[in-house]
Design a protein around this ligand. Sequence first.
Ligand SMILES: Cc1ncc(COP(=O)(O)O)c(C=O)c1O
Length: 391
Amino acid sequence: MLNLPLMQNNITRHDLDTLIDFLSEDDPKLTQSSNVQTFEEEWSDWLGVKYSVYVNSGASANLITMAVLKHLYGGGEVIVPPLTWVSDIASVIHNGFEPVFVDINPRNLCMDDQQVIAKLSDKTATVFITHVQGFNGLTDRLLEALEERGIPLIEDVCESHGAMFRGKKLGSFGLMSNFSFYYAHHMSTIEGGMVCTNDERNYETLRMLRSHGMAREASNGTVTKKYIAENPHLSPDFIFAYPGYNVRNTEIGAVIGRNQLKRLDEHNEKRKKNFLLFLDNLDPNQYRTDFDLDGSCNYAFNLVLKEADPDFRNKVEKAMNKAEVEFRRGSSGGGNQMRQPYLKGVVKDKEWEMYPEVEHIHFFGYYIGNYPDLKREKILRLCESLNSAGD
Ligand SMILES: Cc1ncc(COP(=O)(O)O)c(C=O)c1O
């Protein structure tokens, strides 16, 4: 029995003790306050951006990012992958954009850059890339094409904290970027997310949208004063500049997040080694092992069957169940989003079949947990059990 859950010990005894110390203070303030502010500053330093806005989930990060895009930059098409999390596409739809899909590159599970470039048009509002499960989806060619056309990039890095491109962390390239701190990811604040940007106007708008749309939530007094001057008939404390959401997080999450951030890099190094060991010991005749690992930083072991063979798939699932290895078929988001009921009417029937690489992951791709304290022995036994699944 391997007994391998998707995630383990991601909030440690030390995190909890740090939180207990905070809670033992005299009358600690628990709603968004100084720890949130400091966590945002520390996160911005770690990532290499100017501004970060801490929210209550990665899905909320997606939602307010798309809302900023709509309010400040206008509508149009958003190029998204069918292999992503539901909230990436839901946030596009909620904000009145039209999703345009492209297939993935099987070597990094992210959108194929040439297919993205082929779909750029005057209607493209943004390219909303998902760096899937620790892989980098950026290329020079893609960044150059976007720059040439003046089309902004939004990065979803919810599954790829610490992954790099050109020696810089993912999430520092786009106009805005999104992170998740849900328990299953590289680090956790129980629930939580972050929106990051170098643009001051985006930052102020994100802050207002994170609250109930309130003008006084802008960090820059000039922005608030402008709203007060323009709205003399309103109480200065209650000016709702945008139809906001209230997706704030709490001091509790920020205290845990600050403690977690101190060990994120060290943990990521261990995860990278684990993933290499996993791929080195997996049978390349049965499973894909030729992933593009350049800059990658993975919290999951990607298990993708080489052939579209349903019998073998059933045997692999049986072997994992028997060994008590938790897994997710279809990778993190459950595979091809275009097949999901929520997209009925948005996506034409059977249109999903035009994305064969995503379809392969949908039916024959999995992810298994990869965490820092996973023992070498266990990874080798996992590979043995997968390699012999078809026997
Ligand atoms: C790519 C991606 N985006 C967004 C999210 C949403 O994050 P959360 O679960 O924190 O809402 C996830 C969640 O797993 C994700 O994988």
